[in-house]
Design a protein around this ligand. Structure first.
Ligand SMILES: *Cc1c(COP(=O)(O)O)cnc(C)c1O
Length: 395
């Protein structure tokens, strides 16, 4: 008898044979600068917990208190019976923090992009997207009704190509949406959002920036809009609470009418249960900590500048990184994998990023800085990089 799911076993085994399967390490306890990983205390260099807020006492306390006052689940989707007072309070806090009229909180950043983008452009419209945009944006674009010819990609941060796309698409389409990551997660570079919004405005196009890696990081934590001083010029600013804020959740901020539309149209908002009280309360507390304790963002950037300077001085190439995402370029995949293994032997956890996530000759170790790292953690990592980099033939 033919077993109908046998093909999955085959495909999985194929992944394993190519070394493309994931074997995630087990984090035994909280995610922090030093974490217990597979039974060993390890310096964490690949979490998105930039500000180390996932263990901050005020953020934890908010979660515990919200469970006591509101329970563990919201009971429904937002539009029906899952709209609690704390959801509204969080959104007011986000809007204030972002200096925008209004904001909407989603279950995840992925749910923002996959739920809202399809509602922003339809069959007579166009979408223009940066070549290196995040997979959740790509999925959102795929779910839209935009015709294939009117979904175009411009070369990464290439403003000349963006203008060519704008000229062509705005001529053929009723509405046009330009969409970009704020900080690019593989290289740690920043989109020229000031130029993008200027060009888009010139052609009457809408702008959408996904600032998942910029929030809590750029401009004292306020993100890319504030970084360029153009907060009011971006039509949709989306983001995540799973990174610098140390919790989980997604957001979109902008005008009141955009937020009302997003609430009423995004299928991930309408058809998926709202976030639980503990999560909602800790997201609000994380923003408040960020506003009242500037030292976390300062420490993040001090660590970033120290690590980048020192690792470059050893002869490593960190590509175009301008943020706490620091790719340590290795060239071929096997070099990155070897180096990562050596680091782990020394108690340093930093993952290799290899083909197909990046080009075959652009394999790297992606280091992510955190405010929680002490100078001795960074020095331990640096000396392991130097030793491993030499034996792997990277430097
Ligand atoms: C992480 C990330 C997301 C997804 O955010 P989650 O809140 O983790 O679902 C979306 N876009 C970008 C650019 C990201 O880096």
């Amino acid at each position: 008898m033919n077993e109908p799911t046998q093909w999955m076993k085959k495909e999985y085994e194929d992944l394993v044979s190519k070394g493309f399967d994931w074997q995630p390490p087990v984090i035994q306890g909280p995610s922090s600068a030093r974490s217990m990983i597979n039974g060993k205390e390890t310096v964490m260099l690949c979490s998105n917990n930039y500000l180390n807020l996932s263990t901050h006492p005020k953020v934890k306390k908010a979660a515990i208190e919200a469970i006591e006052s509101h329970g563990v689940g919201s009971g429904s989707v937002r539009p029906i019976a899952g709209n609690m007072d704390i959801h509204n309070q969080l959104e007011e806090t986000i809007a204030r923090f972002k200096h925008r009229e209004s904001a909407l909180y989603f279950q995840t950043g992925f749910a923002v992009n996959s739920g809202l983008i399809p509602q922003l452009a339809g069959k007579n419209d166009g979408i223009i997207s940066d070549q290196l945009n995040h997979g959740s944006i790509i999925d959102g674009v795929r779910l839209s009704g935009v015709k294939k010819d009117n979904r175009v990609v411009y070369g990464h941060n290439d403003m000349g190509e963006l203008e060519d796309c704008l000229r062509k698409i705005t001529k053929n389409c009723e509405k046009t949406l330009v969409i970009t990551d704020g900080v690019f997660s593989m290289d740690g570079d920043i989109a020229p959002l000031d130029e993008i919004t200027k060009l888009a405005k010139q052609y009457g196009a809408m702008t959408y920036v996904d600032d998942c890696h910029g929030e809590g990081v750029l401009a004292g934590g306020r993100g890319i809009g504030a970084h360029f001083g153009i907060e009011k010029d971006v039509d949709m600013e989306s983001g995540s609470f799973s990174k610098a804020f140390g919790v989980v959740g997604g957001l979109v901020a902008g005008s009141e009418h955009m937020v009302k539309y997003a609430f009423n149209k995004s299928r991930t908002m309408l058809l998926s249960g709202s976030a639980p009280p503990a999560t909602v309360a800790s997201c609000k507390a994380a923003i408040e900590v960020l506003e009242s304790e500037p030292q976390h963002v300062e420490r993040l950037w001090n660590n970033t500048e120290y690590f980048r300077k020192e690792i470059q001085a050893m002869g490593f190439d960190t590509g175009v990184s301008e943020t706490p995402i620091i790719p340590v370029m290795c060239g071929e995949s096997h070099k990155a994998k070897t180096l990562s293994k050596e680091l782990l032997n020394d108690g340093i956890f930093a993952l290799p990023i290899v083909f197909p996530m990046v080009a075959p000759d652009k394999a790297r170790i992606r280091v992510m800085m955190s405010a929680g790292l002490e100078r001795e953690d960074l020095d331990a990592a640096l000396s392991s990089f130097e030793k491993g980099g030499k034996s792997a033939g990277v430097i």
